[in-house]
Design a protein around this ligand. Structure first.
Ligand code: E4P
Length: 227
């Protein structure tokens, strides 16, 4: 079980990678826009190469920016040339429920040996089919599931059992963290990975009572020097 960082910010990735606590990085077009990483795939290539080199051999997910079947395959095959540890994110279906995406996933994994992270999923049943199509990673957006009034923990438990019972090697990535507690509760429910926003990772480390305790140690060390 491990933690990925859900960020395109080079400084944040460096900060947590240097602590040795992350095992991968995920991005999506919205995260890149927020982190001011702009440009078409050619434009963002160098930024991704820097991240990929920094975290190597851990995986780095970059998402396709088209919903056209041929274009998705072309972009995916391009992205994996950037570095050995590149993973390509493909949404479960198109914006209007177009169904070609799983065919794209299957072709990329089986014919072109491209490792795929199927993204934007909200249920165990979507993930089960993506895993059946051969996806290396299946991503559920836990925060969005909870926001809609569904039970993320229940979906994780069902999905993990299905993957284990049917010997499907896909790894579950839980994304869309909304609070610090999501990380351990989703891992505990059976997720292989939670991809965490930098602010929540920091929040997992820092505790007010730890601050107070460390301050007490340092103050008493000073006082001890004076005797
Ligand atoms: C992870 O892979 C997802 O892209 C991400 O966590 C989505 O989060 P959001 O629901 O905050 O957009």
């Amino acid at each position: 079980m491990s933690i990925f960082l859900d960020s395109g910010d080079l400084n944040e990735i460096r900060r947590f990678h240097k602590m040795g606590i992350i095992r991968g990085v995920t991005t999506n077009p919205t995260i890149l826009l927020k982190d001011d990483v702009r440009g078409d795939l050619d434009g963002i290539r160098q930024h991704f190469i820097k991240i990929a080199q920094m975290i190597n051999p851990y995986p780095l997910s970059a998402e396709v920016t088209s919903n056209d079947k041929d274009k998705m395959i072309e972009q995916a095959r391009d992205i994996v040339k950037w570095a050995d540890n590149m993973i390509v994110k493909i949404p479960i279906h198109g914006p209007n429920g177009e169904l070609e995406n799983l065919e794209v996933v299957h072709e990329l994994e089986k014919k072109h040996r491209v490792r795929i992270n199927v993204t934007a999923m909200m249920s165990a049943q979507q993930c089960y089919l993506a895993a059946s199509a051969g996806a290396t990673y299946v991503s559920i957006f836990g925060g969005r599931v909870n926001n809609m009034g569904y039970n993320t923990i229940g979906e994780i438990k069902i999905l993990r059992k299905l993957l284990d019972d049917f010997d499907l090697p896909s790894k579950i990535i839980m994304g869309s963290t909304r609070e610090i507690l999501n990380v351990v509760e989703w891992l505990h429910a059976g997720a292989h990975i939670v991809t965490v926003l930098p602010k929540f990772l920091e929040g997992m480390i820092v505790h007010p009572y730890s601050k107070e305790t460390v301050k007490m140690f340092l103050d008493d060390a000073e006082k001890g020097k004076g005797t």
